[in-house]
Design a protein around this ligand. Structure first.
Ligand code: AMP
Ligand code: ZN
Ligand code: ZN
Length: 425
């Protein structure tokens, strides 16, 4: 055992409901009424790109056993667009991307300029994230400690606030190392120990892009992440924490097979030097360029297209809940599932760099291939419960409920997920 018995005892007691020795943590929800027991810690785990049906491949035995002893949703619907940064920020804010402002992985802001995943400076600039209030901020301001083993947004001071413990994103940190970091944080002395934690895995998404969702490489990545979950469960059991911690396991979106030959070459349709191109890929975005007739370009692209659909941002179908944010480009083109929107030059460069992808996401968030994962396990959750599919904005009110926090304004619906909880929780 890595830590002294006294610490272990304090640990279990502190995380048990009804603990008499641990003063309750004040929070917005509890400070006015009779003191309540401190909430059980909550660990939010994301397996990027884990499509809802992957769990049936028998490559995720630990995840399947958490689902069997806990709660599993048929699937969880991502928000539009079904991309990584928009959906991770939705999960921790309960806001649709149009409302939290992370409207794409690649975007332009009239004041802030350009945002891309590889622009670490932009990712660490809190102004990009400030339209939403992430859970670690609400929890921290209410007196709970927080720790994030990667999550989009955690590298930025948002409203001048950061998680108590966080690590700069580094794809080279292995799944096991990520788990060990979380366990280390749970070993901290009571006054520093986090009540809300995140843990993020990217192997499944990487394999899905590189080799396609039906590849043996995706199955291997499922196994690798599941082995890390086994390490986590073992570590929690060693600390006698497994029955005292609430785990929520989600993904941000699914993955569709998208061979490179399925490419719309956008320059064949419009003169690219007449527009400002904001994004390409699955969801392409264009803004007007001074001196050029944008209405003509819009009229051309909004006509029916074989492998994509384009709209002025004011005409995006209502079900996407998208298009009001100033960061959404004026004209959007959404590829049909399995297609890319690119240019000849981009494709040639990707081919040269060996980066042509065989899998994609970002498509219509109601498509079956885009559906995500939801599994929950722990003292608050029912055992062996199945939930119907629900939208990912609902995870946020579930989490604020578990942590006894007053939720920030959000688009979620607690009633849609409360069936996940044991009676009285
Ligand atoms: P995409 O598949 O294009 O939506 O982007 C997903 C990729 O974003 C992942 O595979 C990671 O490599 C990368 N990523 C995930 N989290 C972060 C982060 N916090 N900071 C920078 N990049 C990240
Ligand atoms: Zn993703
Ligand atoms: Zn991806």
């Amino acid at each position: 055992m890595k830590f002294p018995f006294r610490l272990l005892l304090c640990f279990v007691v502190a995380f048990s409901a009804g603990c008499a020795t641990q003063p309750p943590t004040p929070s917005a929800a509890t400070s006015v009424s009779a003191p309540k027991a401190a909430p059980a810690p909550l660990l939010l785990i994301s397996i990027d790109g884990y499509r809802a049906d992957y769990i049936e491949r028998n490559q995720s035995p630990v995840l399947a056993s958490l689902a069997k002893d806990g709660v599993k949703a048929e699937s969880m619907q991502p928000s539009f667009p079904s991309l990584t940064f928009p959906n991770h920020y939705t999960i921790v804010t309960g806001l649709r991307p149009d409302h939290h402002g992370m409207v794409n992985n690649t975007m332009r802001d009239p004041q802030l300029g350009e945002f891309t995943l590889s622009n670490r400076e932009a990712g660490a600039d809190g102004r990009w994230w400030a339209q939403g209030t992430p859970l670690w901020e609400t929890a921290g301001r209410s007196g709970l400690k927080t720790a994030t083993m990667f999550w989009p947004g955690t590298e930025a001071p948002i409203h001048d606030y950061r998680p108590d413990h966080w690590r700069p994103y580094d794809a080279a940190v292995t799944p096991d190392q990520r788990v060990d970091q979380v366990l280390e944080w749970l070993d901290l002395p009571a006054d520093q120990r986090p009540s809300f934690l995140t843990l993020y895995f990217d192997d499944v998404d990487h394999a899905g892009h590189e080799h396609g969702p039906d590849s043996p490489q995706v199955n291997a990545a499922l196994g690798k992440v599941d082995a890390a979950l086994a390490r986590l469960v073992d570590g929690l059991k060693q600390r006698q924490l497994f029955d005292h911690i609430n785990l929520i396991l989600v993904s941000d979106h699914g993955m569709a097979s998208a061979p490179a030959k399925n490419s719309v070459m956008i320059e064949k349709l419009i003169p690219l030097d007449h527009v400002q191109t904001v994004s390409k890929g699955v969801l392409a975005g264009f803004n007007p360029k001074p001196g050029y007739d944008f209405a003509k370009i819009e009229a051309k692209l909004e006509k029916p297209q074989k492998h994509m659909q384009c709209w002025d941002k004011t005409r995006v179908p209502a079900r996407f809940i998208y298009g009001n944010n100033p960061r959404v480009p004026q004209l959007l083109c959404l590829a049909n599932v399995g297609w890319h929107i690119t240019t000849k030059a981009d494709q040639a460069k990707k081919l040269k760099d060996g980066k042509l992808s065989l899998g994609e996401h970002g498509y219509d968030n109601s498509d079956p291939s885009m559906q995500a994962l939801f599994v929950a396990h722990g003292p608050a959750f029912r055992e062996g419960a199945q939930l119907p599919s629900f939208p990912n904005v609902d995870v946020y009110p579930l989490m604020t409920h578990l942590l006894q926090l007053a939720p920030a304004k959000n688009d979620g619906d607690f009633d849609a997920v409360k069936e996940a909880l044991k009676p009285g929780m």
